[in-house]
Design a protein around this ligand. Sequence first.
Ligand code: ZN
Length: 446
Amino acid sequence: MKNRSKSLKKLLIIAAVIGFAPASFNLYAAKKVEQTSSGITITVQTSREKDAAELIDQWANDIDSVKKETSIQKKETSNTLLARLGIQDPAFKRYISTIKRTENPFYRLVPGRLVQARLTPAGKVIAVRIFRPMDVQSEEVAYFEIVSLGKSKFSHANKKTAFKSIPVGASASITSTLEESARSANIPLSVLTQVRTSLGEYFDVNKAVGEGDTYSIVYEKRELDGVDLGFGRLLAVEYRTKNKVYEAYWYGGEGLEGYYDSEGNRVEKTFMRFPCNSVVTSSFNRVRRHPITRRLRPHWGVDLAAPKGTPVYAAGDGVILHKRYQKRGYGYWLEIDHGSGYQSIYAHLSKYASGVEAGRKVKKGQLIGYVGRTGMATGPHLHYELKRNGEQINPLTAELKTDENINLKGNEDFKLAVAPLRKQIAMINKVQLAHNAEHQEGNPTN
Ligand SMILES: [Zn+2]
């Protein structure tokens, strides 16, 4: 017991040093970033401070330098940009003007793009990079680079290189909504979206998130030579309710990419729970009074309210069985056969997507039509049904089939890839637990 409380203390000291807010914290956000009022991040680098990894990097050669980063602002010209970066180098300015317009990003600066400059203390350019934007899927970062060759000479090139992916941990407790908890733990919006999507494979995130639930995540912070390239992929999430733990770990192996639980079961289901961006207005119900006929009739699907024209996607891979019109019923509707005894129906569409014909193959997530109110409908909505072996099942709660072929149980590469993420989640949980314990035992007023 004594030992335990000692180790708790230790963890709390670590926690205090990284400085997280009560109950929710982010292991990265506490890191100090120096920023000037003109939006320039300055890092002064001396030979002494470099670590071994940096020393082997070309970018960090052995003279002392100043690294500056900024984002291109609206209506920025190359003159204002160079001035903000503190570049005092007439030869560099002349060089920029000699680069062909078609390949010269300084000719038309795109607001928001990241710029990094490495300068001598006197403001002479060692190198300048303008980065292209990336998305979550990106494996490389592309940039335009101008480097000094010495004696006022320069060269330029478009480059592509792998960035450094740094796992960042955060933990949060839910007091009201998932969004609120993410805000208090400084979890970036792009990461929160991924948390929602992966948890959405397990339950209806709009409804089932409850007060007192906690979660820990690991996500990717991207860097290249010390330049912050923003946040990338959600690498792991562990979500805890009172009686259940949901987990999703990112794994990218040979031809396999996606989220798996720690045992190697694919998290991503064969079917999307929601084939369009919508709100559930009428759920699966064995006895329901029909809104138009007023007769008691079971409702074998879910009604998803969305504005007319909202895109509707195929819930899974399959073949279009029919595409029909039914005036006193489904209006424009279609049915997809997914194989293995599964079919899905989409009704009251305003129109079909082009190329949608009976017999055509569709992929999960492919656009098949648009929300409407054709047939018997009181307002624009998608009536969505999912059938298994001829019987309707509730797509919102059913244990939707996962693809047995992509189970990674016993796969050594998977185990190796996921082990460090599991460790990191366990560490974050420990800090969280220690924190909670301290609040309960030691400090009742807090
Ligand atoms: Zn309906």
